[in-house]
Design a protein around this ligand. Sequence first.
Ligand code: CMP
Length: 222
Amino acid sequence: MAGPVSIAVLKTVPLFASLGEEQLRMLTAMVTRKSAPRSTTIMAGGDPTDSLYIVLSGRLKVMMSDSEGKEVILAILGPGEFFGEMGLIDDEPRSATVVTIESCELLSIAKREFKKAMAENWQMTEAVMRGLVKRLREADRKIGSLALLDVYGRVARLLLDMAENVDGEKVVTKRLPKQEIAKMIGASREMVSRVMKDLQTNGYIEIRGMTIVVRDTIVLPG
Ligand code: CMP
């Protein structure tokens, strides 16, 4: 489903925060709004690149899979974040597959318009660079975790990274199935189940319905 986009909506997008009214007005004609139900593949690794996407609402996973269907989740994206910029910048095919994990509202902007907007707005280009640097930092952290932490450490770090502060407690409020944790940290689902059970038994985490409370007693090495 696609539809028009208002200036008010564009103003909620961090990537466009530096743009003035006139630039935003011009963008309304270039940007398309789309709704996608859960489990929709927005782009597949290897596809030719055509557009940049911005998340207005909902969450998506960035993933890679092999021919047997084994998956690794590189990142989870949420409101305000963008994706599909890599292929737009270097003209290479899509580096990964992006799939909705909830129903999502997205904005898309075609390659030519996006490049034009970047050429005309240094601050927007800087916002894109900041997004890329954030991703590189997160990817470095992930490589560090895979090489330096055991599965306990990787689960603990992931939970701490995903936790939000709720009334003074660290809580993972979003649904996080063990299978998804396994795909994010490069471990089997069985191993993740065992580790989560141990962390629970030893009081490091508490499962409350759909949420996970992470206790301050969890300490990461290093
Ligand atoms: P592109 O290569 O055009 O298409 C796939 C997109 O997934 C890519 O652009 C990025 O926007 C996004 N992506 C790829 N790798 C990562 C990562 N490690 N973390 C977050 N997003 C990523």
